[in-house]
Design a protein around this ligand. Structure first.
Ligand SMILES: Nc1ncnc2c1ncn2[C@@H]1O[C@H](COP(=O)(O)OP(=O)(O)OP(=O)(O)O)[C@@H](O)[C@H]1O
Ligand SMILES: Nc1ccn([C@H]2C[C@H](O)[C@@H](COP(=O)(O)O)O2)c(=O)n1
Length: 242
């Protein structure tokens, strides 16, 4: 059986065996939920590993300005910006099976199974490598310690984790303001509260995890976009060739 995915590629996902996917033949996808189990097909990561490109995890509460800073970074450094939330929203919008399952979780402020996000990220990274990527900003990822560990085990270690810190009050204010025009079904006060709970319970431990590994840079996100970006540049200059 084949289903269409949001990422411009076909997917074989039945029978639920661990098949090897070759990126060259445009058969790429991977994952699906069935009876609460997730079946994955092996993705050939050889081109991604061979490229040896730097990976930066961008972490922060909902509305902390991750996407805003990534836009600035892309302009200056030409890195590939992959928002894990955007990848999921593309599935939701395309009404794929994965998207339908994920929407229910996202509207409750929860986290989708880590394998789902990881495989979407892998596919997007492989596509970017083909286009000559210089490195990756993985925005909104990892959302829990396990996500990061699995990414680093299956793909490669992150060069740096940038954490944008802001108070709950600031986050709520920004998200409600963004909600006036974003069209995001999760930018409403009830879901925002649930997203904040998920952030503090599941994602905040990510910060301590990478701090212990000396890979974390914590930046106050309660400043102007330009002031924050200046600090971001100081960090990225240590890792990215211009
Ligand atoms: N430094 C800042 N000062 C004031 N407002 C900001 C700042 N950075 C971003 N914003 C605004 O706050 C809102 C949230 O920013 P953004 O979408 O970049 O956050 P995010 O962390 O990517 O959110 P999410 O995790 O929900 O996708 C946007 O409306 C954006 O314009
Ligand atoms: N690694 C991820 C990233 C995102 N999600 C879900 C949960 C969020 O509510 C939603 C939107 O993400 P955002 O745009 O705020 O980064 O996507 C997830 O479960 N796991």
């Amino acid at each position: 059986m084949q289903r269409k995915l949001a990422t411009n590629c076909s997917i074989s996902f039945w029978p639920p065996t661990r098949k090897k996917i070759s990126n060259d033949i445009q058969i790429k996808k991977i994952i699906f939920f069935a009876n609460n189990t997730i079946n994955r097909v092996k993705i050939d990561l050889a081109p991604l590993k061979a490229a040896k490109l730097p990976v930066f995890f961008i972490v922060g509460g909902p509305g902390s300005g991750k996407g805003t800073q990534c836009d600035q970074i892309v302009k200056k450094y030409g890195l590939t910006h992959l928002s894990s939330g955007d990848l999921l929203r593309a599935e939701v919008q395309a009404k794929t099976k994965i998207g339908t399952e994920c929407k229910a979780i996202m509207d409750k402020g929860g986290l989708v199974p880590l394998e789902v996000v990881l495989d979407l990220v892998k596919i997007a990274m492989l596509e970017a490598v083909k286009k000559g990527s210089k490195g990756f900003l993985i925005d909104g990822y990892p959302r829990e310690v396990k996500q990061g560990d699995q990414f680093e085990a299956e793909i490669q270690p992150a060069a740096l984790v940038i954490y944008f810190e802001a108070s709950n009050e600031t986050l709520v204010k920004r998200l409600l303001e963004r909600g006036k025009s974003s069209g995001r079904s999760d930018d409403n006060i009830d879901t925002i509260k649930l997203r904040l709970d998920t952030f503090f319970n599941s994602t905040r431990p990510v910060v301590d995890h990478y701090s212990k590994k000396n890979k974390l840079v914590k930046l106050s996100a309660e400043r102007s976009v330009d002031a924050i970006f200046a600090d971001v540049c100081v960090q990225l200059d240590k890792h990215v060739k211009k």
